[in-house]
Every structure is written in C-alpha cells, then in structure tokens.
Design a protein around this ligand. Structure first.
Ligand code: FAD
Length: 485
C-alpha cells in the first residue's frame, strides 16, 4: 500500500533533543509523512478537537468515511461549561446568535383534546405543566449569561461551524470518504490503513490518534477496548417538523411525561406563535406497540413509515386538526448507557460517543463529548510542549482517561438515566407528587436547586493542567490551559 503524502503538510525534521514537535508534520526515517494528530471522524467532537488543536498551531488530519457532514437529527442543546469552551475558541457569539436561547424547561402531560360545541375533537392543546426548571432569565440587554441557559442549535450546524473555522486556520486537513479500517502503533507513532472512495487503500501515520468515530467506533474495536453497560428497551424517534404553533410558551422546550408516549419538544429556531417554524419532536417508540403486551415489536422500517410517525407525532403536537405539520427529517435510534474500559491506549485516545453513550434525555451526550475534546486538546498540547521522553506523559494520558471516565460514570450516567426514567417511570400525577426532583422544583428553593445541579456543572469539564505542574513544562514552553490567549 502506498503511503499517503498530503500536499499541504509542511515537513520538518524531528527535533533532535527529544522534544515533541508541536506544529507540523515531519518525515520519519523512511521519509513518510507523520502528522502530529490523526483524528478519526468528522463529527462535532472530532471537529472541535481539530479546531482547538489548530488554534494552538498543532496540525491534524481528520479522516471521515462519509462524503460530507452528517445531517441526521441528533443533538440540539448545549449548556454549562460547554459555553466556556465556545467562548475560548471565539465562537460563542456566533453559536449563541444562530441558536435559540432556552432559559429552562417544562415537564408536561400529553396534550389534551380541544372539543367543539358538539363534543367533537377539533385539535389539541399543550398538556398541563407538572414541573418547571427556570435556569435563568435574560438580562436588561435581552441576553442570557453564558453557562446559565441552554443554546438550542442543530448538531449538524454546530459541526459545520467547527468545520468552517477549523479550515480557516490552515492547520486542519479533512479527508472525506476516508474510512479507517486498520491500525497499528509502536512507541513512536500510530499507523492507520484507510479505505478511500477513489484512491484505493492508503496508510497514514501520526504521532497521536484521536478516535472520534462515534458509537460504533472502528478504532475502539481495533484497539480491543471493551464497551460495557446496558441498552434500553424503547427506541427513540427524532423528527424535525415544520409546523405552525398556536402558542409558544415562555418555556418552549418541554418534556412530555407519560408511561408510554414520552418525549421531548423544542424549537430549532426562533419561533413565533401563528407562524411556521422548525421544531424537533423526539418520541419514545414503545417497546410493544399498541399497548398490547403480546404484540411483536415493530421493525425499524415499520416505525419509520409516515403513518406510524404521524401516529406518534399527533399525540404530541398541539394545534388544530387536521394538522398541517410536515416532517422534514426523521431518524430512529436505539438508546444505551455504555462506557469503555479505557479512553487511552498507547498513543491513541477515545473521545465522544466512541467512548461513552447515554440516552439523549437532558442533552448530556454531545456536551460531554465536546468536553472530552477540550480535555484531550489540553492533553495533547501539553504532550507537544513536553519532551517526548518525559516519563510523566504516560501518567498524564492515563489521567485523561480516568478523569473523563469518572465524569461519565459518576455524573453523566446517573443524571441521564434519572432524566429518562423520570419521564415514564410512573403516571404523570404520581411522578409529580412523588419524584424527589419534581418535589424540589415545586419547592423552588434556589439554593436547593443549585445543590442538585452543582455536581454536573462543577465536575463536567476537566482541567488537565492540574496534572502537569508548571515546573515540568519544557524550557521556554508556556503550557496554557490549551486555549488560545
Ligand atoms: C435523538 C438524539 C438527540 C440527542 N440530543 C442531544 C442533545 O441535545 N445534547 C447532547 O449533548 N447530545 C445529544 N445527543 C447525543 C449526540 O448526538 C452524540 O453524543 C454526538 O453525535 C456524538 O458526537 P461524536 O462526534 O462523538 O460522534 P458522531 O456524531 O457519531 O460522529 C462520528 C463520525 O465518525 C465517522 N466515522 C465512523 N467510523 C469511521 C471510520 N472507521 N473512519 C472514518 N470515519 C468514521 C462517522 O461517519 C461520523 O461522521 C443526541 C443523540 C440523539 C440520537
């Protein structure tokens, strides 16, 4: 297999004093290109990592098996310390302006029928609120304080923003239709075999590799890393829907609490009552359809039939009937709670869904992946600024894995599991009366609510500098937090 030579990578001789090179690819003893970091997967996690490294003059090659960015309806909500990361990469203003600000969430019962004077159902109105969490209110300038609200923006647009800005740096090369199929590594470098659409197989070499290749990660399998946990019985149908909402309540993002037909609704753009706007409805697909315990589950194809999609949607959408909504995108997902046994092996690291998967209720998955990318960027920046023979580096790499796994195991997994079960664990009135979280929301004591949410906000992000004392930093090398000044 011919080694891949990329035209826009500058070549430098590796430093002779053992210090890692930090900016450019160089040639190994065979004259083959060795890129500082290979990133597998052009999802939002891989692209944020590429951008963060590029802002610190570290070159990357991003290998993506598809021909373009995924447009599937997936993540929509970003909050907490993710806003700090957006600010540090200089994109907070753009992302927050393009997205819709949500100052909190409501939990509602299913919509109820509206009947005419003859008792005929002519539409539905939003279900009663059984709980609400007002995270914050906008200031006098109409803006929310970063970190104290949720930015609602489709994941595909977020990835596009990362890609556009990564490309502008000149430090990132994205190779589309490049699927990683093989991997080997030694103490100096990683080598991947890549199947391409038009150029056959290639071998690409890097000093380090970041597996950001999603839940079905090939790299994870090639490294022999186990993914353990459990899967949920229900499937989750994400639909992007154009509709005219008769009302847009203050807390327009709401969860529907129901033992069977639970879900989440959120605008995907600034919407106004009476005007058409794009909404996301994410709907539980019951493990057994039609409430019949003896019925066989529907196949994925049957669930995606327009009639079945509408049968679920029409339980959730308020407004007159017949409804004029149009489904513009839909995708069906399985739900899991899974974590790898390690996020680091040799010169390879895992980040995002390749390392951990949680159910989507509460929007914790991608946010956690973006914070992995942030921690990994810091780790690699430190690695490139240190001597490559520094014996402490291995410990730093293990720290990346243990810290991020700790966050998932102790914060994200329990929070996301509780978020999901709260939507369907009992009848809505019972949940409202008996669930500790709804009881706390009803009491509305800001101190108590802050204590409940604090573990998430305080522990979600990892500052890798804590594990690399300043005195260890190479002479003349400034180890910042991995952020551009
Ligand atoms: C319905 C739904 C709603 C969600 N809502 C939220 C939310 O509101 N907030 C939130 O934080 N999270 C949410 N999530 C989770 C979020 O979508 C994922 O956590 C996120 O997609 C993970 O990003 P990633 O970059 O790690 O992986 P992915 O987005 O899966 O990207 C992986 C990339 O790697 C590529 N790839 C795979 N294998 C290879 C290979 N061998 N070689 C080269 N390329 C490869 C893929 O083509 C893909 O482009 C939601 C998920 C779902 C399903």
């Amino acid at each position: 297999m011919a080694p891949h030579a990329s035209s826009d990578i500058s070549h430098e001789t590796p430093p002779t004093n053992g210090a890692n090179t930090n900016a450019s690819a160089y040639s190994d003893s065979n004259g083959t290109d060795v890129v500082p970091v290979i990133i597998v997967g052009a999802g939002p996690v891989g692209l944020l990592l590429a951008l963060r490294l590029a802002l610190n003059q570290i070159r990357t090659i991003v290998l993506e098996k598809e021909s373009s960015l995924s447009q599937l309806p997936r993540a929509i909500g970003y909050y907490g310390p993710v806003h700090d990361v957006f600010q540090e990469i200089g994109l907070y203003d753009q992302i927050s302006t393009e997205g819709m600000a949500s100052g909190g969430y409501a939990w509602r019962k299913l919509p109820t029928d509206v009947v005419d004077e003859n008792g005929k159902a002519v539409g539905k109105e939003l279900g009663a609120i059984i709980g609400k969490n007002v995270m914050s209110k906008p200031g006098p300038d109409g803006k929310f304080k970063p970190g104290h609200y949720s930015i609602q923006l489709a994941q595909c647009r977020l990835a596009e923003i990362f890609l556009e800005n990564a490309k502008k740096t000149g430090f990132v090369k994205v190779l589309w239709e490049h699927e990683v199929t093989g991997l080997s590594q030694d103490e100096n470098q990683v080598s991947v075999t890549v199947a391409t659409a038009g150029e056959g197989n290639k071998v690409i070499k890097g000093q380090y590799l970041a597996a950001c290749d999603g839940g079905r990660s090939t790299v994870r399998k090639l490294l022999g890393i186990r993914l353990s946990g459990h899967s949920w019985p229900e499937r989750f149908l994400a639909t992007d829907v154009l509709r005219v909402a008769p009302v847009v309540p203050e807390l327009s993002v709401h969860f529907t609490v129901d033992e069977t037909f639970w879900g989440v609704a959120t605008p995907l753009e600034h919407v106004e009552a009476g005007k058409e706007g794009l909404w996301r409805y994410s709907l539980a697909v019951p493990a057994k359809p039609n409430d019949d315990p003896n019925s066989a589950p529907l196949t994925d194809e049957q669930v995606l039939e327009p009639e079945y999609v509408d049968s679920l949607l029409l339980r959730q959408i308020d407004g007159p009937r017949p409804s004029t909504h149009v489904v513009v995108r839909k995708s069906l997902y399985k739900m899991h709670q899974l974590l790898v046994s390690t996020m680091h092996r040799g010169r390879c690291f895992l980040a995002g869904d390749s390392a951990h998967i949680n159910n989507p209720i509460g929007g914790l998955g991608l946010c956690t992946g973006l914070l992995d990318a942030d921690a990994l960027a810091q780790t690699l920046q430190i690695a490139f600024s240190a001597s490559s023979s520094d014996p402490n580096l291995e410990d730093l790499f293990n720290r990346y894995s243990t810290e991020r796994r700790w966050v998932f195991q102790n914060v994200i997994h329990p929070f996301s599991s509780a978020n999901k079960i709260r939507l369907h664990g009992a009848k809505p009135d019972d949940v409202a009366r008996e669930d500790w979280y709804f009881r706390a929301l009803a009491r509305g004591d800001p101190k108590e609510l802050e204590n409940i949410h604090r573990p998430l906000y305080a522990q979600w992000r990892t500052d890798m500098r804590k594990f690399w004392p300043v005195e260890r930093a190479g002479k003349g090398v400034k180890v910042t937090n991995g952020f551009t000044a």
